[in-house]
Design a protein around this ligand. Sequence first.
Ligand code: NAD
Length: 419
Amino acid sequence: MPTTIVQANAYDVAMENFDTAADAIGLDSNSREMIKRPERMLTVGVPVRMDDGHIHRFEGFRVQHNSARGPAKGGIRFHPQVTLDEVKALATWMTWKCAVVNIPFGGAKGGITCDPKHMSQGELERMTRRYTSAILPLIGPEQDIPAPDVYTNSQTMAWIMDTYSMTKGYAVPGVVTGKPISLGGSLGRNEATGRGVFYTIESACEHLHMQLKGATVAVQGFGNAGSISAQLLHQAGAKIVAVSDSTGCVYNRDGLNIPELIHMKALCGHVDGFPESEPILPHELLAMACDILVPAALENTIVAENAGTVRARIIAEAANGPVTPAADRILESKGAFVIPDILCNAGGVTVSYFEWVQDEQHLFWEVQDIYNRLERVMKTAFSDVLKIHVERKVPMRIAANMLGIGRVAEAVQIRGIYP
Ligand code: NAD
């Protein structure tokens, strides 16, 4: 059966998960009305002079879902399938995610519908700068702080920081996180999401009395989140037997050499054709007989149609929204242990928070200090969610949503309604 990425609407998924968790915590209808949907949504036209001289108008979005607990925070995605609904869903998940790890941020997300793989550096820079100027009224270190997401990186953040700073007349490093170190970026930010994924997998193994050393792992998506998770799991003695990216999937039953695969991906831009591996199909990766499956690509990759084929004991959601509610029910019935996205991949926003704190204080921390703080935050959040999972007998996703939504509702209730 081929893996078709069924076009479930991510925002519908986010709303369904909200309702389930809100019911479980008995959230009143006024609080639901206040926190369920986004506070602000901006759609912008982004005209760019392309290298051949013609002007192409891209569509861009910035959504602030909730800012009750602090400035809105969330990445910016450049991808052909970016839509307003996708950005709304991702912004919603950011709100609950920041609350699950208990950092003082709300949730936001941005994106541009574009195909960055077919754009030059110059085109990407002009598009990023024009988009930044279009969303300028919304962003700022006290308001809304973008970060990298799919197909954006530290260079993209540098362009945003520079464009914003030029309009202010002075350097404002705290307007974005995930910046280069030379502009006030934080040590440990680049690998923070993968490291956080790793810490939650360690905690899950401990809970399930599973050995991480020798465990077999399949990773879907070999970008920032996926490759760093794979690298840390590999270093801990796990065997990464399959890896995919948008160009193909590779398999080695004895374990892939992850440092070399990372090196090849950096050089060639794909995992396809990796020596000492055999090609497999995307649906074979999902159905792999392995202990741990790490979906680290995009939304809706595990859906009702293919969830029944998944055989992994632990599903660690490095990606946002990879499993639909219908697929969740199937995985649950098979006894899979899902580490939900808003917990599993929260390491990225946690170190983004550390970066913002360092920028605001103009005082920078040692990398080991960052790792120690990140581990503490991730393991505390994991045990907070696990406690709800065990005591209330609800799946981990609902438990995480109950925790995050409960914290945001509490903040909103205490603040009251203006005017
Ligand atoms: P990235 O651009 O670095 O990597 C994305 C990877 O996914 C690429 O290797 C790409 O080839 C691959 N991919 C795309 N479509 C695929 C498909 N159909 N099958 C298999 N692979 C596919 O992006 P990233 O930052 O690693 O983000 C990946 C996921 O992690 C997203 O859901 C993102 O929202 C989430 N996430 C990222 C961060 C972060 O800090 N980067 C934080 C939290 C969550």
